[in-house]
Design a protein around this ligand. Structure first.
Ligand code: 5GP
Ligand code: ZN
Length: 107
């Protein structure tokens, strides 16, 4: 998707530092953190939300990405969140998993 901010970030358009990168996903810090550590795990392929996801393998990979972020940043305790749909608070319509740790304010 040409007009999607997370497609652009995942494609390296802004030289965003990635905490983890694989052929399937990237992980980078949220621009407006709601916790001491707030990272987003984002598939390189565009899906509007979990509802549009047609590949269950990628879900396992994304959760593996959450674990890798935790290991990389030394997080022992953290929360993972997926917002699906506007009413649930989804603002960016490119599937992503929030990883939050320390003084979590909620997403
Ligand atoms: P959602 O509400 O869709 O579940 O979460 C979207 C998240 O993306 C928000 O926490 C917001 O702060 C973050 N975000 C929005 N635009 C950008 C951006 O351009 N760069 C980064 N790093 N995070 C963003
Ligand atoms: Zn996208």
């Amino acid at each position: 998707m040409t007009d999607c901010i997370f497609c652009k970030i995942a494609g390296g358009e802004f030289n965003t530092p990635f905490i983890v990168e694989t052929e399937d996903y990237v992980a980078f810090r949220d621009i407006n953190p709601k916790a001491d550590t707030h990272v987003l795990v984002v598939p390189k392929k565009h899906y509007d939300s979990l509802n549009e996801l047609d590949d269950e393998i990628i879900l396992g990979k994304l959760l593996g990405g959450v674990k890798r972020v935790a290991a990389e940043l030394g997080l022992k305790s953290y929360k993972t969140v997926i917002n699906t749909g506007k009413d649930a608070g989804q603002e960016v319509f490119h599937l992503h998993i929030h990883v939050l740790s320390g003084n979590i304010k909620g997403v």
